[in-house]
Design a protein around this ligand. Structure first.
Ligand code: UT7
Length: 343
């Protein structure tokens, strides 16, 4: 499909007078250990029935004791690199999106750089919670379009099991660990990222946060005792904001490309809650077989979520080269983003 076939809107075409940015390949990794809803019933006052009907989650993956965010990120990256036929020496930049870095500093991206041996690459983390992978994609695209870099590795990776409160049934049943990665390059015969729109609302920062561990509340015996180093969420308010923000981001992304939802082969939403996915996709008038869902297996893996879903969609042949996909995400910040990609 040519750029002019896709874009009737001259403003959208303007982006492509520079250089396009394609997703050469994707890869993902999830830890081996599976924690089912039945396992959850043994540690908090919950039931498989509640978790399934309220969220759609059946099980999640939990990292091994000695398996950290950078380990999962490096494994996902290596899978994407192999599929892209890209060597570590070719990578110019590594961007890791995460809210569960190995440590406050240095960045997880630097640890990944060392693990995969990408000696030439610059490396930094970004923090946009569950929206991080699309934020990273948009940032990576800018470097490719401006001809600053040829090959950018973007990763969404999380070890949420290390920050959830395993005594809080409101949150611990929702989250899981994993990583997804993509190689961004210019490919003359393809478009890749057609548009991405990102948004944020810092006024609602406290709806979903981890209050402790930063400069405001450094770790003390009291802060640990008060549970301030755990993820905290107002579920109901977050839910409402998620539906509205994902809906408007998706609509805006389609508008910018001047395409109709019927032209989208697959919608790949952030995998937080089946009811959020259903509410958003019903309003967008998406047919059920046009929506990719894997949260039953992994729960909410924050920045890794849409990246793992994109990889699985590709491996399951739900997307063929040339197909259009709509990625739409929402997370703490609040942050949100939607991207239309030509796979
Ligand atoms: O990834 C970033 C964004 N995150 C999200 O988008 C998540 C957004 N929020 C949600 O997905 C949903 O709000 C939840 C799944 C977190 C909660 O669903 P809800 O329908 O909003 O339930 P609720 O918070 O209204 O809780 C209903 C009841 C409460 O009991 P009472 O007060 O009505 O007696 C909770 O205590 O369900 C209870 N409850 C549970 N019961 C069994 C909460 N968690 C559990 C549990 N098992 N795990």
């Amino acid at each position: 499909m040519s750029t002019t076939q896709i874009f009737k809107n001259p403003r959208a075409q303007h982006n492509f007078q520079g250089r396009t940015c394609s997703i050469t390949a994707v890869g993902s990794y999830v830890p081996e250990r599976i924690m089912t809803n039945a396992d959850m019933e043994k540690i908090v006052d919950t039931t498989d029935e509640w978790i399934t009907t309220r969220t759609g989650i059946k099980e999640r993956r939990i990292a091994a004791e000695n398996e950290f965010t950078s380990d999962m990120a490096a494994k996902a990256a290596q899978r994407a690199m192999e599929r892209a036929g890209v060597t570590a020496a070719q990578i110019d930049l590594i961007i890791v999106a995460t809210i569960t870095p190995d440590m406050m500093f240095p960045s997880t991206a630097c640890l990944v750089q060392s693990k995969i041996g990408a000696k030439r690459a610059a490396a930094f983390d970004i923090e946009a919670a569950c929206s991080g992978f699309i934020y990273a994609m948009e940032i990576g695209q800018q470097f490719i379009m401006s001809r600053t870099y040829e090959t950018v590795l973007i990763i969404g990776a999380e070890r949420l099991s290390s920050i959830v409160d395993w005594k809080d049934r409101n949150t611990c049943v929702l989250f899981g660990d994993g990583a997804g990665a993509a190689i961004l390059q210019h490919r003359p015969d393809a478009h890749g990222l057609l548009t991405a729109c990102m948004g944020a609302d810092g006024d609602k920062a406290m709806l979903l946060c981890m209050p402790g561990g930063g400069s405001r509340i450094p770790a003390t015996a009291d802060s640990v005792e008060a549970g301030l180093h755990h993820l905290q969420m107002d579920g109901k308010e977050t839910f409402k904001n998620a539906v509205n923000a994902m809906m408007s981001a998706a609509t805006e992304a389609l508008r910018r490309c001047e395409i109709d939802i019927t032209q989208i082969k697959l919608v790949i939403p952030h995998q937080a809650n089946r009811r959020i996915i259903d509410a958003v996709t019903e309003r967008l008038k998406v047919k059920p077989d046009q929506v990719f869902v894997n949260l039953d297996k992994y729960g909410n893996t924050s920045a890794a979520s849409v990246a793992i879903a994109l990889d699985e969609a590709v491996q399951q042949n739900r997307l063929q080269r040339g197909d259009l996909a709509l990625l739409v995400v929402f997370g703490a910040g609040l942050t949100w983003a939607a991207a239309v990609i030509e796979w």
